[in-house]
Design a protein around this ligand. Structure first.
Ligand SMILES: NC(=O)c1ccc[n+]([C@@H]2O[C@H](COP(=O)([O-])OP(=O)(O)OC[C@H]3O[C@@H](n4cnc5c(N)ncnc54)[C@H](O)[C@@H]3O)[C@@H](O)[C@H]2O)c1
Length: 346
């Protein structure tokens, strides 16, 4: 197995989490350089990570020639850097969402297809063993036909002074397009494609954000199933003064015609199952069967990185493609389309 030489583009909040993943797999990957547009961050990260930092992506490629590029950027920058990485023939590990607009996302799909590079959109939650068990539970028929889901992603996000989430242009919206995707991509695994989206977005408690700080959506799937999703960056839950995932509730409840699952993703993962299918539950079991997965939510990031490295080793297509990213983004943007068409603008 090769030790892959990775370069980061964007050295903000999430770069720390991915840096920790790489540090946990030293035989598989190393950070060899990074590129960042804030000069003060270049200085700070160079001393913290002990690798060269650049303000120019092209110069970084010329001087370091990394094996693969990791994009941890505002959403409106994704197309530019996927295009530059593809031109250099470099595989891309890219934070979600695939882009901030459908137009950019479609162009990214095209660039990946034409260049043949490997690209993983980090729909991180899919990689957590607890979520994989839920998918397995459904696949075995223990939930029966999936009928309804309720998803929550709510907390008080602590904004960094440079945080791109304050800008509508850089995110493509507000909290919904930034955080709603985690709920949407998980439910897509269970329910399939979405037929229609309705709901509301609102600016209620974070005046520093240009986009919405609250969103409540109802999704109808092609199968006929329904989901209600709630996303907020302005909820004060216990521990809200700390950084994510403390003080942040991420959860999904799914019910089918034979059972139900409750999945708390953060702050601490917990899964409860119920099924009327005898094989699914211990003998004579009554009520919910609950367990606490040993891996914290942060493990998802490491598992996603490990998967990307597997793909580099084997030359195979990553599990979450740009097309998957486009499908999820399209669902997210449909809430904005709906709100605009109903003149429910902020
Ligand atoms: N999977 C998850 O759970 C999760 C969690 C947080 C963030 N994210 C995603 O990660 C990405 C980054 O989020 P973040 O929280 O790190 O944001 P951030 O604002 O903290 O960091 C972005 C960094 O990119 C830098 N930057 C901006 N334009 C640049 C350019 N042209 N070239 C180089 N650097 C540039 C900024 O200076 C900043 O340091 C986003 O796509 C976000 O949606 C995912």
């Amino acid at each position: 197995m090769k030790r892959h030489r990775l370069a980061f583009v964007g050295a903000g909040r999430i770069a720390d989490v991915h840096y920790a993943s790489i540090q946990a797999m030293p035989a598989r990957a190393e950070l060899v350089a990074f590129c960042e547009s804030r000069p003060e961050a270049v200085v700070e990260r160079q001393s913290q990570w002990a690798v060269p930092g650049f303000e120019s992506f092209d110069r970084m490629l010329r001087e370091v020639d990394p094996d693969a590029i990791c994009l941890f950027l505002p959403h409106d920058k994704h197309l530019e850097y996927v295009t530059a990485a593809a031109r250099a023939g470099k595989p891309v590990f890219m934070e979600k969402p695939v882009a901030g607009t459908r137009e950019d996302a479609r162009k990214i799909v095209e660039v990946v297809e034409k260049s043949g590079i490997q690209l993983l959109v980090t729909h991180t939650g899919l990689f957590h063993p607890a979520f994989q068990q839920i998918v397995e539970f459904v696949r075995k028929g223990w939930l029966g036909r999936p009928l309804f889901a309720k998803g929550t992603s709510a907390g008080w996000l602590t904004f960094r002074p440079w945080d791109f989430r304050l800008s509508r242009e850089q995110t493509g919206g507000g909290c919904w397009v930034d955080a709603g995707g985690h709920l949407v991509y998980c439910l897509r695994e269970i329910f399939g494609e979405v037929e229609s989206v309705t709901g509301y977005i609102a600016k209620l408690s974070r005046p520093e954000m240009e986009g919405e700080d609250h969103a409540a959506a109802t999704l109808r799937y092609r199968s006929g199933a329904l989901a209600q999703l709630f996303v907020s960056y302005g909820h004060k839950l216990p521990g809200y003064q700390h950084d994510w995932p403390i003080g942040y509730l991420n959860s999904i409840e799914i019910s089918g015609d034979k059972g139900a699952v409750q999945y708390v993703i953060s702050p601490e993962p917990r899964v409860s199952y119920f099924s009327e299918v005898a094989e699914a539950m211990p003998e004579e079991w009554q009520g919910w069967l609950t367990h606490q997965p040993p891996e914290g939510y942060g493990y998802s990031f490491q598992a996603a990185m490990a998967h990307f490295l597997d793909c580099l080793d084997s030359g195979t297509k990553p599990r979450v493609t740009a097309e998957d990213g486009l499908a999820v983004l399209d669902t997210l943007l449909r809430l904005y389309d709906h709100c605009n068409s109903e003149a429910r603008v902020l």
